[in-house]
Design a protein around this ligand. Structure first.
Ligand code: ATP
Ligand code: MG
Length: 389
C-alpha cells in the first residue's frame, strides 16, 4: 500500500488521563467507517497513520468521524533534508506561485531547530524551482513533521469533524421524530462522544409506514457519524387515543409529551442509557415555552439534553443541510404530534391540571404495554430505506 493518511486527534489531546481510551475508541470508529477497505492502521499518542491505496476517498470517509481535528495525505521520507526537498518539489503544484514552509519537530533530538529548518528548506526550494516565498498569504503551505521514524511531508489539510469519538461519553436515548430538529440534536450529541439510540413514537394507522421509514432513514444518516445508532419504535396509538378521549384539547400535546418522557425514561433504564436527548428549542412551539418545558420535564428525573434549545430555526436548518438530513426531514409525512394537534394548545400549562387530566385514564398500564411492545431496528444501511420513501 503506497499511500498514507495522517490523522491529527481533536480535543482528546487535552484529556491526558483518558487519552488511551479515547484513542482506542477513535481507532474502532475509524475501523468501522473503513470496513471493507484495504488499510493498515497504526497509532501513537499524537497521530494515527493509515496506509492505503486510495487516500482521497478514504479521507472523505474519515471526515465523518468525530474526534479528528484534521486529515492529511502525507508522504513519509528519510530524515535527510535532500529527501525532504525532493518529495516537496514533487508534490508542490507547479501551477501555483508562492509557498511557505512550516516545520514541526516532534523529535526534539533532531539537530536543527524548526525555524532554521524551514529557512533552510525554503532556501533549497527557491534555488531548485520557480516558486517564490510568501509567509503571509502563500498559495502552498508545505508542512514538515520531523519524527524519529521519519519525516512527514504534506500540503493539504482537510478539516476533520472535531468533537469527541462517539462512545467515549456513554449512551443517550434520542427522541427522534421525522422533523428537522431532533436529527440535528442527535448529530450534535454524537459530536460530544455520546452513543445515540433513538426512540420513535408511532401511531398507526394515524401515522403511515412512510413516516416510520422516514425516521429510520434519518437515523441511518446520523448513523454515518458513528455506526452505532439503533431505532426503538414505540407503539403509541392507544395512548394517543386515550389522551384524545380523556383530556381537554388544549392539554393534549402537553400530556402526550409527558407520556413520551415517561416512556423514554423507563426504556432508557432498561437499555442502560443515562440521559435523554431531544430536539426541543425554546419557544419554537407551544409545548416548548418555559412553562411547558417545566410541566413536561416534571415527569422525569433523568437529565434531558437539548442540544438545539438555544439555536434559531435557521441555524438548526443550516446544520441539517450540512449533515444531509434536511431533505429527508421536510418530506411531508404526518408525525404523531401533527395528527392530534389542537387549535389552541396551552402555552402556560399548570402542573396540577396535567396531573388531574392524566388521572382520567389508566396511563400506567398503557405505558407498560407500549414498552413491552417496542420494536428495535439495528444494522440498517441508508440505501435499504431509499426506495421505501
Ligand atoms: P423536530 O423537532 O425534530 O423538528 P417536530 O418539530 O415535529 O420535530 P416537536 O413537536 O418540535 O417535533 O417536538 C419536539 C421534540 O420532541 C422533537 O425534536 C423530538 O425530540 C421529540 N418528538 C416529537 N415527536 C416525536 C416522535 N413521534 N417520536 C420521538 N420523538 C418525538
Ligand atoms: Mg421542533
Amino acid at each position: 500500500m503506497k499511500e498514507l493518511i495522517m490523522i491529527k486527534y481533536g480535543e482528546l489531546t487535552t484529556k491526558k488521563a483518558n487519552r488511551k481510551i479515547f484513542i482506542n475508541i477513535l481507532t474502532q470508529n475509524v475501523e468501522k467507517v473503513l470496513e471493507g477497505e484495504k488499510v493498515e492502521i497504526t497509532k501513537d499518542n499524537v497521530r494515527m497513520f493509515i496506509k492505503c491505496e486510495n487516500a482521497k476517498s478514504i479521507a472523505i470517509k474519515l471526515q465523518k468521524v468525530f474526534g479528528i481535528l484534521s486529515i492529511v495525505i502525507a508522504y513519509k521520507v528519510n530524515n535527510t533534508i535532500e529527501d525532504v526537498l525532493n518529495k516537496s518539489l514533487e508534490i508542490m503544484d507547479k501551477t501555483k506561485k508562492t509557498f511557505k514552509v512550516v516545520t514541526k519537530r516532534a523529535d526534539k533530538s533532531y539537530p536543527i531547530h524548526s525555524m532554521d529548518y524551514s529557512r533552510k528548506l525554503g532556501g533549497l526550494i527557491l534555488k531548485n524551482s520557480n516558486f517564490k516565498v510568501d509567509v503571509h498569504n502563500p498559495d502552498i503551505t508545505l508542512t514538515i513533521e520531523i519524527r524519529t521514524e521519519g519525516t512527514f511531508v504534506y500540503i493539504d489539510e482537510l478539516k476533520g469533524a472535531g468533537g469527541y469519538p462517539v462512545g467515549v461519553a456513554g449512551k443517550g436515548l434520542l427522541m427522534l421524530s421525522g422533523g428537522i430538529d431532533s436529527p440535528v440534536a442527535g448529530y450534535l450529541s454524537q459530536k460530544r462522544g455520546v452513543t445515540v439510540e433513538c426512540l420513535y413514537f408511532e401511531s398507526p394507522p394515524h401515522t403511515s409506514l412512510e413516516a416510520k421509514n422516514k425516521v429510520i432513514k434519518l437515523a441511518s444518516i446520523i448513523n454515518e457519524y458513528s455506526g452505532r445508532v439503533k431505532v426503538h419504535v414505540v407503539p403509541f396509538t392507544l395512548i394517543q387515543e386515550a389522551i384524545f378521549k380523556n383530556c381537554p384539547d388544549t392539554y393534549m400535546i402537553t400530556i402526550m409529551r409527558r407520556m413520551m418522557y415517561r416512556i423514554a425514561e423507563l426504556y432508557a433504564g432498561k437499555i442502560g442509557t443515562k440521559i435523554l436527548i431531544n430536539g426541543e428549542s425554546i419557544g419554537q412551539v407551544a409545548s416548548q415555552t418555559l412553562d411547558s418545558m417545566y410541566c413536561i420535564n416534571n415527569v422525569t428525573n433523568m437529565p434531558v439534553i437539548r442540544p438545539v434549545a438555544c439555536l434559531d430555526k435557521l441555524e438548526i436548518i443550516d446544520i441539517a443541510k450540512k449533515i444531509n438530513t434536511y431533505e429527508t426531514s421536510i418530506l411531508p409525512y404526518e408525525d404523531c404530534c401533527t395528527i392530534f394537534v389542537p387549535k389552541h394548545p396551552v402555552i402556560k400549562p399548570e402542573l396540577e391540571k396535567c396531573i388531574a387530566y392524566e388521572n382520567n385514564f389508566d396511563y400506567k398500564t398503557l405505558i407498560e404495554k407500549a414498552i413491552n411492545n417496542i420494536e428495535t431496528i439495528t444494522n440498517f444501511k441508508e440505501d435499504e430505506f431509499e426506495n421505501l420513501l
